[in-house]
Design a protein around this ligand. Sequence first.
Ligand code: 0PR
Length: 381
Amino acid sequence: MDTRGRPLDEIRARLREARARDTPFASGRILGSMCTAPHPVALEAWRLFEEANLGDPHLVPGARALEEAALGSLGALLRAPPGGRGVFVTGGSEANLTAVLLALRKRGGREVVLPESAHFSFDKACSWLGLRQVTARVKADGTVDVDDVAERLGPQTACVVGIAGTTELGAVDDVPALGRVCAEAGVPLHVDAAWGGFVIPFARRLGRRLPEFDLAVPGVTTLGVDPHKMGLAPIPSGVLFARDARDFEPLAVPSPYVSVERQPTLQGTRNGAAPAATWAVMEHLGIEGYTQVVRQCLAVTDRLAKGLEAAGFPPAIPPPLSIVVFRVADPAQARARLREKGWLLSLAPLTGGLKVVVGPHVTAEAVDAFLEVLPSCAEAA
Ligand code: 0PR
């Protein structure tokens, strides 16, 4: 920052130059992201509400009403019961941290039982909260072995985690079976549906056989879902639901001077544009619109899986949803070579390969172009 500041055209030139170095979703070359280009109506809503601070809701009753409406719609999609409550958070990491803390306050204990496939945000949550992770085995289909979970429960278990759409494979844990085990043991069950929450309900409508995973499943106590992933909302937009609204109480502290008496979530000053944008895109697309998005992603996934098979890189498992993982001889090197050619993929460390997340920004043409370059960058394992 200069003492006298700098002219606007200089600032704008610098902004454009920096942005030109980024890879936009519109390039079709971002193949490893669980986020995607926000829907235009979400961006419109964002711009209208960009100064709104929901940390002081009496300033912004309009934004507050949209937040409530968005939580209502999302709660209906994920079948939250009447006594439940949803809160906006910044994304899956905050949802998972908050859910673990909520379970800890409800039940006590020093351990979290979670699948090997759990996102690293649980490492963070456990490390920050001083809890021990007890890891349950994952089966060949990428879902957690529920018997193994049951064996690992004990008096020190604060909660169990199930995943509806794992980060690496998009696998959907058998949440009903986990719910039975947890209900019997009196242990809270948190479902991480950060990515899958906006995929599974629509894939099920398209006839995919997938387990139920939402708040109507007996035993599920909390559930996290990220509109900023497959909900097509801008970042940051995450939601955490609790089956019982009272579960948030132990986390709440008094905050009387900011027009809301108690705050149960991490943020004080908090973005009102995110709920408004989330409301706008959900309301505009509706169930049919999201189903169409998922239909397209599944079709492109299928094309990619067949193309990989033909190119000698068969998918490690048949894609449960719209994530494809394939083994290569040297994943880090293959990823670096692909990056040199402009293709951005993620590693799949549990499988020993590369991962492609087929979001709405990944077109059939992009997949075909990617399949052309892949053999020059990777060797099959
Ligand atoms: N739970 C699951 C199942 C996730 O996959 C993720 C993130 C989280 C929780 C955490 O969510 P936040 O990152 O919103 O806090 N999964 C992706 C990952 O870490 C996120 C991602 C998104 C990665 C875009 C790359 C990227 O380009 O792999």
